[in-house]
Design a binder for this molecule. Structure first.
Ligand SMILES: [Zn+2]
Length: 212
């Protein structure tokens, strides 16, 4: 069984996740840890739960989702995985952060790109990686079929969807991606979002104003 732990971090109130299983291995998804107090909190969580981090796996590479990447790489000597089509966002992160009024340190390039049709694995757990562009060109979501959980990044929010006005974004691509690649999964699938509270696919299917 996977355990999903959420940390709400940085000035953009981004959701960073630590996903672990009974083996004690864990992965960081979209680590946005920015302030020192946030970095202390995550280090304590890892040590108190005796977890072994094995990788950083991002849904996409907007600056608020990668602010903690370099700190975790150094702390745990782990690789940073993301989709190739979001590599340019890593390079643009300082510039993009400045546009939002924040300073951030440079993030080194992605270590490994997701491979087509290859699942994301750690411990005894496995996620299907589904490419859902539109919010960013290399945006992926992670689907745990066994437990019915979806890590959706900024594709889908409670009652909303990700913005599509940033470089590489496209509204119609995002809408069709959600409808064709996510809404065919079971209604009871629990959705962990990149910002805000959790939801389910069934709830969004029936009530999300962008998708009904
Ligand atoms: Zn984003």
């Amino acid at each position: 069984m996977i355990k999903v732990k959420k940390f709400v971090v940085n000035p953009l109130q981004e959701n960073s996740y630590v996903i672990s299983d009974e083996t004690g291995q864990c992965i960081f998804v979209d680590p946005g840890f920015y302030f020192d107090v946030e970095k202390e909190e995550i280090k304590n969580y890892i040590s108190e739960n005796r977890l072994t981090p094995v990788m950083i796996a991002n849904t996409h590479c907007h600056f608020d989702h990668i602010m903690g990447v370099e700190f975790l790489r150094e702390e745990y000597s782990i690789p940073f995985y993301a989709h190739e089509e979001d590599a340019f966002w890593v390079e643009k992160s300082i510039e993009q952060a400045e546009m939002f009024g924040f300073e951030m340190k440079p993030v080194n390039p992605i270590d490994s790109f997701y491979a087509d049709n290859k699942p994301l694995k750690f411990g005894d757990s496995e996620f299907k990686i589904i490419h859902v562009p539109g919010h960013s060109p290399g945006h992926v979501v992670f689907y745990a079929e066994n437990s019915g959980e979806l890590i959706a990044g900024d594709v889908l929010f409670y009652g909303s969807i990700g913005r599509t006005d940033l470089p590489g974004g496209d509204y119609n691509t995002l809408i069709s991606g959600i409808k064709n690649k996510l809404f065919n999964l079971p209604d009871e699938t629990k959705v962990y979002c990149g910002h805000g509270p959790e939801t389910t696919l069934g709830f969004e299917k029936s009530s999300n104003p962008f998708l009904t």
